[in-house]
Write a protein that binds this ligand. Structure first.
Ligand code: G3P
Length: 215
């Protein structure tokens, strides 16, 4: 399973990249706006770290605009995946971009049928937003189960990228289901590393080590 950071903070990405557990990055217009920096500068810096998969979202809502932006984004770096929303215009744009060998991440997916359509038009990734479904009183993880089941029935190469992850249990459940990727905020990825018993155990080992005769 691949672990992605859902952030546009180069500092956060660099820190996690150095640990060796990071496989990719997803951004969205909200995350980019938080940084207060030029989108392309941020993308270039992330890609320069060597991150092999960096999703960058189009903001046009018509097919032609999406194609224009997507074609431009892909020229920035070979690691760029173009993020396109799940709309009729987005489906049309994805079909064309995929035929041009541009890898598309279809985003804002909230149903299994939408995920089926993303696979049919050749998206490289499908991004179901589970946290936002949980917020609505629907169990987001059930959607991941459905999509994984549907994708197993057919030879679709589309990868299931679990998005809108809010806590470590989301990551655990996604891994148990067999989702390909989970993208998460920095704070969630940090929590995957931490365990209070690890800290306690280390403190005890170090304390006991002081009793060992040296020299
Ligand atoms: O980047 C897409 C998705 O992960 C957004 O998550 O927390 O805004 O619902 P969130």
């Amino acid at each position: 399973m691949q672990l992605f950071l859902d952030t546009a903070s180069v500092t956060e990405i660099r820190t996690m990249w150095e640990t060796g557990i990071l496989d990719g990055v997803t951004t969205n217009p909200t995350l980019v706006a938080k940084e207060g920096r030029k989108f392309e500068d941020v993308l270039r810096e992330i890609c320069a770290l060597g991150v092999p998969s960096v999703s960058a979202e189009v903001v046009a809502t018509d097919t032609e605009g999406m194609l224009r932006e997507g074609r431009h984004l892909r020229t920035i770096h070979p690691s760029i995946y173009v993020k396109v929303p799940m709309t009729p215009a987005g489906l049309r744009a994805t079909k064309v971009l995929a035929a041009e060998q541009t890898r598309v991440n279809m985003t804002l997916v909230f149903s299994a049928n939408q995920a089926l359509l993303a696979a049919k038009v050749g998206a490289a990734y499908v991004s179901p937003f589970i946290g936002r479904l949980d917020d609505q009183g629907q169990v987001g993880m059930d959607l991941i189960r459905e999509i994984v089941q549907i994708y197993r029935n057919y030879p679709f190469p589309t990868k299931v990228l679990v998005a809108s992850v809010r806590h470590p249990v989301h990551v655990l459940e996604a891994a148990k289901i067999g989702a390909d990727i989970a993208t998460m905020p920095y704070a969630v990825m940090e929590k995957l590393v931490q365990h209070p018993l690890t800290d306690l155990g280390l403190a005890r080992f170090l304390k006991d080590w002081e009793k060992v005769p040296k020299g």
